[in-house]
Write a protein that binds this ligand. Sequence first.
Ligand SMILES: Nc1nc2c(c(=O)[nH]1)N(C=O)[C@@H](CNc1ccc(C(=O)N[C@@H](CCC(=O)O)C(=O)O)cc1)CN2
Ligand SMILES: Nc1ncnc2c1ncn2[C@@H]1O[C@H](COP(=O)(O)OP(=O)(O)OP(=O)(O)O)[C@@H](O)[C@H]1O
Length: 221
Amino acid sequence: MRTPPPVPEPAATGPVAGVDDVVDAKAALRARLRTARRDRSPARRAAESAAAVEHLWAWLGPRVAAATADGTAPVVATVLPMATEPDTGGLRARLLAAGARVLVPVIEPERRLSWASWHPGVATARAANAPVDEPVSERLGTDALAAATAVVMPALAVAEDGMRLGQGGGYYDRFLAELPRSVPTVALVFEDELLPAGAIPAEPTDRPVDGVVTAAGLRWV
Ligand SMILES: Nc1nc2c(c(=O)[nH]1)N(C=O)[C@@H](CNc1ccc(C(=O)N[C@@H](CCC(=O)O)C(=O)O)cc1)CN2
Ligand SMILES: Nc1ncnc2c1ncn2[C@@H]1O[C@H](COP(=O)(O)OP(=O)(O)OP(=O)(O)O)[C@@H](O)[C@H]1O
């Protein structure tokens, strides 16, 4: 008796890739990017972060000033970074000096985010499910950012088509699903984390970012 021919293996990538393939491809990419982040020296991290913040501020500084002049209190979301992430310290200092309110994420159940005001000296605690610090003060919903001047997003990488790869929790995708499109979103990453279009596989729940800023400049995608 003849055995039937083997069923062909599904392609790992390409237009017919299933959701599982996309999840696997994202996991492999995350592992590579996390290793590169661990290998980046503190001096390089500091230099790239400062240069990226400079580029971001050339766009954001005037927007914050314009909001203040309009009588609209400027609000900007960013993060308290992990040791391997781009440093947002310079950005937060400039925002506060310019009179903006700085909101940072707080992890809630069901992989949702709430937001809390940050200023130097605010009491923080380590999040239960991720190695990030969070203010322990009052938590605000997404509506606190509905008229924000900008949301500066963490990412492990961004592609030139705007697709973002995060830490894998889907926290920011759930948040972006509730954020009005009128709020500009800019991902802050290291220079070698800006990847060619198509390099980050998309799931239906992924919403692209509007821009990406690195030490090389701010680019709208
Ligand atoms: N600074 C910062 N805050 C943030 C985020 C972020 O990406 N950066 N998040 C964006 O969504 C949320 C937190 N989600 C996170 C989920 C996983 C890991 C993470 O690094 N996990 C690694 C390492 C674990 C470890 O070192 O203990 C891992 O799972 O391998 C980080 C943040 C909200 N706050
Ligand atoms: N809006 C959503 N509603 C329900 N589930 C979602 C939503 N967004 C994402 N998810 C789920 O979360 C999982 C992780 O998402 P994804 O890989 O895009 O995370 P990420 O953007 O890298 O992480 P993060 O936003 O936390 O930095 C997805 O596989 C998806 O199943």
